[in-house]
Design a protein around this ligand. Structure first.
Ligand code: IMP
Ligand code: MG
Length: 442
């Protein structure tokens, strides 16, 4: 029997924005199917390719491969206004055809009342706000878990969608949300949007599972594109400063409907340093001029909200935790070029106490209050900085020894968490070709 082509799952190993977009864009060129499994338009990545520069929030990166089918998977929460906007832009570029977009009927609809609840909740939390993207992600998953959410499949029958919406809004009206604008709870407000979405997407909505199963049966290449990162996972991240979906590899399998027993490779994407948007602990954060320099050089500003990202040294404790939790088979280290000229250069090897030393047991603070207290109390390796520009290099043998040592230190840490994992790819610049890969993954 021919060996099965493994499904490839790409997972963010930190707090999101690890450069998954570049990795996924690269793999999507060779994929037959690309699936987003969780999250919604809280995600965002910029893709730079010969067709131009694009900001994607909902649509998988396979949209730039004319032969790939792109699936908005069952585990997603999808803003209709966001989807209309994004699909229109891509359609104007000639990138959407009647075969390359499939929206799974099970995905949840996000509407303005979700966004408003998200924003109101943040206001009510005051200083302990999460710093969400304000896209209604939490409330949409809340409604889903409460079983009062609307699934995208309803758009195939807009009348029924309207009546289900009316039921949900009646339930929500009976509750007092602080500061909720009651007009956002009238079904009529959404009627045009629902009918327009139904016309625009009706034909693209359906059951993705037979499509995926058939592709697996043909030994096609199936790619699952994770959104956000491991440390933002609803259960395993730094709760409550997390997103509302399971971002870890297991969550990707569930959200895409891939059998857990099907052969797969789990790629962890690590950025060569740390970044975080939104609140919560970040022990290695650089709140000084060096941080400012790193942020500007790395252009660390949110794709979705434009917010400056918090930046800091590579966190080895968190990296080992992600590697062990996800059981990576392969990993990538992105943006090595950004660290050129950064001095002093460090990697965090332990927080202040024993359990969080990565030589000790694999351990990580359970929730955010604990992590926040650790700020700036970490122990670190001091690494030698380098000045030689490495962007666009094609061979690590051309690198200064210090850069090589830095990379090997990350590799060592990741392997402590996932001993069988292998370093697959290193990112060396913004362009599509700026990477070095050590072997073919498919
Ligand atoms: P939410 O997902 O909008 O509810 O936001 C919850 C937390 O996740 C906040 O800290 C956000 O900044 C963060 N977050 C959500 N999506 C992303 C992403 O794609 N990249 C980085 N951070 C994200
Ligand atoms: Mg992003």
């Amino acid at each position: 029997m021919a060996t099965e082509t493994p499904v490839i799952l790409v997972n963010g190993a930190q707090w999101g924005d690890e450069g998954k977009g570049k990795v996924v864009d690269l793999l999507a060129q060779e994929a037959d199917i690309v699936i987003r499994a969780q999250g919604g338009d809280n995600a965002g990545h910029t893709v730079v390719n010969p067709q131009g520069e694009f900001k994607l929030h909902l649509i998988p990166s396979g949209i730039f491969n004319p032969d790939a089918v792109n699936i908005l998977g069952p585990g997603m929460v999808v803003s209709l206004t966001g989807l209309i906007g994004e699909v229109s832009t891509l359609a104007n570029q000639g990138l959407i055809n009647d075969r390359n977009l499939l929206i799974d009927s099970r995905a949840q609809i996000v509407l303005a009342y979700h966004q408003q609840r998200d924003q109101n909740c943040e206001e009510a939390l005051g200083d302990s706000r999460i710093g969400t993207t304000g896209r209604g992600i939490g409330p949409a998953y809340t409604d889903k878990a409460e079983r009062i959410g609307l699934r995208i499949g309803l758009l195939r029958n807009p009348d029924r969608c309207m009546s289900e919406l009316a039921k949900t809004l009646t339930i929500l009206k009976g509750r007092s949300y602080p500061g909720i604008n009651e007009t956002l709870l009238s079904p009529e407000l959404y009627e045009d949007l629902i009918r327009e979405s139904s016309k625009m997407f009706g034909e693209s909505i359906g059951d993705s599972l037979p499509v995926i199963r058939a592709a697996l049966g043909r030994n096609n290449r199936v790619l699952v594109e994770g959104a956000q990162g491991t440390l933002l996972d609803l259960d395993f991240g730094t709760y409550p400063d997390v997103t509302s979906s399971n971002t870890i590899v297991g969550g990707l399998l569930v959200g895409a409907g891939i059998p857990t027993t099907y052969p797969h490779r789990a790629i962890g994407v690590f950025k060569a340093y740390q970044s975080r948007v939104g609140n919560g602990g970040m022990p290695t954060e650089l709140k000084n001029e060096l941080g400012e320099k790193l942020r500007n050089k790395g252009q660390e500003f949110g794709t979705t909200t434009g917010r400056p990202r918090r930046v800091g040294y590579f966190d080895g404790v968190a990296a080992r935790y992600s590697a062990a939790l996800n059981g990576y088979t392969d990993f990538a280290v992105t943006r090595m070029d950004i660290l050129t000229g950064l001095a002093p250069l460090k990697i965090c090897r332990a927080y202040q106490s024993e359990p969080y030393d990565y030589f000790g047991q694999t351990s990580f603070p359970i929730d955010d209050s604990e992590l926040s207290e650790l700020n700036s109390y970490y122990r670190s390796y001091n690494l030698c900085p380098w000045d030689q520009d490495i962007s666009g290099t094609k061979n690590i043998q051309d690198w200064p020894m210090q850069a090589l040592e830095y990379l090997r230190t990350i590799e060592y840490i990741v392997k402590l968490g996932a001993p069988k994992s292998k370093l697959w790819l290193v990112g060396t610049g913004a362009h599509r070709d700026d990477y070095i890969n050590f072997y073919d993954i498919w």
